[in-house]
Every structure is written in structure tokens, then in C-alpha cells.
Ligand binder design. Structure first.
Ligand code: ATP
Ligand code: MG
Length: 334
């Protein structure tokens, strides 16, 4: 059975971008042809500083968000990365396959390292090798991600191809990114040229999955827009990234196309559109927020789900890791 893998960092509270670009699609992919493996990538989160107590809480909160969004631990393998040591081991093997120059070209590294990149953690630079390990340790053939992860996915393919070539094998698949729908890049509510991110310092830039109805309505009311009325078709939004973003969010939340949404709002301004958007956002998110809170009330249950998920993940990952070591000539005597 083919396998799909994806992950989310517990580097902050999950956002509307994570829901539309990742979680909602993770849930939809369950029960299909492929086995679904979903990971809370805590080893990735620590590539930038995380307070230990906060991190522990966020790992559980992320697990609650996955389940509240419809990821079912009976249908999918749901676990946190650091409990399956194959990820870190495979990442080391890939550190010897990947080239330093590949890493320096990654835009996420440039963005997150900032101006003083000499002072970034070595892990932040090596991040894509660990991500390749996450995916390839399950020999996953497809990875649902947002647009921002496209470059890292290409690097995963490069690592798989170089490994197969260097060792003369067809061990790793050349993984396909699944970047689909209108919400593959939800933008910041404060700046339509920047991605919405859970680690953005501005809370007003994003909608959190824990925000209540009032907070959601207020953030949408204050979202940056222009003074023009909405056009009847999406072509008319070409040079209006803030407006385009809000229309895309609406469409993704109601499973419509942006053109279908605009057909109803043509000629109207944001005074009318924003309250309508707030209404659909609250309708879609409040059941998730409520279910998340219910899961969070029982941390022992979350821990049990993650423990079971880690066992099932390790059962898949370990033989693939061992085969990889064999191919590389690392002697195994037990
Ligand atoms: P951070 O700011 O810490 O990097 P993030 O919000 O970018 O957090 P990640 O954990 O890096 O979240 O990414 C998890 C998944 O969510 C990835 O598949 C990523 O492509 C997707 N994703 C993140 N932000 C968005 C967004 N704004 N729109 C659509 N998908 C997104
Ligand atoms: Mg990110």
C-alpha cells in the first residue's frame, strides 16, 4: 500500500493557514488508497529556541488540533517525531548525502536565520535533511504540504535521487508534493505579501485555531484591505494581494472557487465582505476549537494516542532505516 507522510511543527499555536493548507487535507486523505502517516515534528521545532515547558504543552495541543480537525488515530498513524529515533538517525545518513550548497539555497533558512545567519543553529541549516528523513524513512510517495514547502520537497527528491544513484539502488521513491486547492498559501492578515505563520510575532497577522468567535471577527475586521469594491471574477484581483487573500480564505472555508464567491459579492466593499467572511470562519473553526479543548482536557488520553502512534510508526520506519544502513555498508551484527 502506498504511503502518504506529512508533518506540522509545534513551534506555536496552529493557524488557519495550517488548517487549510495541511490539517483539513490530512483528514480528507484518510481511508483512501494510501496509508496516512502524520507527525508532530518536534525535532524541527527546536531548530529555533523553544521554552521546554511551552514546547511540551504545544506538542499535546498540536495532537489535539490534528484530531479535532478530523485526523483519526484509528485510520492514520499520528505521533511525535522525537519518539521515533529512526528520524534522527536517517537525518544523519542524509547529512552525508546532501551538499552544503543545497542547504544555503533554501529560502526558509534565509528567512528564519535572518541577517546574522552565522548565528543560526546548525539544525536550522540542516532542517531539510531531517525533513527528507521524515518522508523517506516511510518510503512515502506523496506529501501534502503548503506552497512554502515546495522547495524542501524538491530537496527531498534530490536526496533520494542522489542516494539511489550513488549506491546504485532504487531504494527511495521520488516523492510527489501534493499542493492543491486555493489555500496552499494563506497570507498574513496584516501583509498580503507574507505567509500566515504560527511563529509570526504579530498575533493579529493570523487566526489561531484556539481563537474564539470575537477574536476571529476582530482580526478579520482589522485585516489589511484596499478601498475598491470586489470584482465579479478573480482576474480582477491580480494586483490586490490582501483582497485576494480574504477571497481565497472564504472560498477554501466554504469549498467553493474564488469565482463562485465573487459572483455573490461583485460590486460590494469590505464593509460587507468582512462580516460575511467572519461568519463562515467562525462556522468552520468553532467546532474544531471546541473539540480541541475537549481533547486538551484529557492529556493522558493524548499521550496514549501518541505512544501508540510512535510504536506503529517505528514498526514501519525501523526496517527501512536498517536496509538503508546495509546499503551504505554500515556493519550490523544484531
Ligand atoms: P512556522 O512559522 O513555525 O514555520 P508554520 O505556520 O509555517 O510555522 P509549519 O509547521 O512550518 O507551520 O508547516 C506545517 C504545514 O502547514 C506545512 O505543510 C506548511 O506548508 C503548511 N502551512 C504553513 N503555513 C501555511 C499557510 N500560510 N498557508 C498554507 N499552508 C501553510
Ligand atoms: Mg513554516
Amino acid at each position: 500500500r502506498p504511503r502518504i507522510f506529512s508533518g506540522i511543527q509545534p513551534s506555536g499555536g496552529l493557524t488557519l493557514g495550517n488548517y487549510l493548507g495541511a490539517l483539513k487535507r490530512f483528514a480528507a486523505l484518510q481511508g483512501g488508497e494510501a496509508e496516512t502517516v502524520y507527525c508532530i515534528v518536534d525535532l524541527h521545532a527546536i531548530t529555533v529556541w523553544q521554552d521546554p515547558a511551552v514546547l511540551r504543552a504545544r506538542i499535546r495541543e498540536a495532537a489535539a488540533a490534528f484530531m479535532a480537525a478530523g485526523v483519526d488515530p484509528a485510520q492514520s498513524i499520528l505521533f511525535n517525531q522525537s519518539q521515533v529515533s529512526a528520524h534522527a538517525e536517517m537525518a544523519w545518513l542524509f547529512n552525508t548525502v546532501a551538499r552544503v550548497g543545497w542547504m544555503y539555497r533554501m529560502t526558509q533558512f534565509k528567512d528564519k536565520a535572518g541577517k546574522n545567519s552565522e548565528n543560526a543553529s546548525l539544525g536550522l541549516l540542516a532542517y531539510p535533511a531531517l525533513m527528507a528523513a521524515d518522508i523517506l524513512t516511510y518510503q512515502a510517495t506523496a506529501v501534502p504540504v503548503g506552497e512554502d514547502q515546495k522547495q524542501h520537497l524538491e530537496l527531498t527528491r534530490d536526496i533520494a535521487a542522489k542516494f539511489n544513484h550513488d549506491y546504485g539502488v532504487t531504494h527511495f521513491p521520488i516523492t510527489e508534493p501534493l499542493i492543491e486547492g486555493v489555500a496552499t498559501r494563506v497570507m498574513s492578515l496584516r501583509d498580503g505579501s507574507k505567509k500566515m505563520s504560527k511563529s509570526d510575532p504579530s498575533d493579529a497577522s493570523r487566526i489561531n485555531l484556539t481563537d474564539d468567535a470575537d477574536a476571529i471577527a476582530q482580526k478579520i475586521r482589522k485585516a489589511r484591505t484596499d478601498a475598491e469594491p470586489l470584482p465579479g471574477q478573480v482576474d480582477g484581483l491580480k494586483d490586490r494581494p490582501d483582497a485576494r487573500n480574504l477571497v481565497n480564505i472564504y472560498a477554501a472555508l466554504t469549498d467553493e472557487t474564488p469565482d463562485q464567491v465573487l459572483a455573490r459579492f461583485e460590486g460590494q466593499g469590505f464593509g460587507a465582505f468582512k462580516p460575511a467572511l467572519a461568519e463562515v470562519a467562525v462556522a468552520a473553526l468553532s467546532p474544531i476549537t471546541r473539540r480541541m479543548a475537549e481533547f486538551m482536557d484529557d492529556p493522558a488520553q493524548i499521550d496514549a494516542v501518541l505512544a501508540d502512534g510512535a510504536d506503529r510508526a517505528a514498526a514501519v520506519a525501523t526496517p527501512i532505516l536498517e536496509r538503508t544502513k546495509d546499503i551504505m555498508g554500515l556493519l550490523r551484527t544484531r
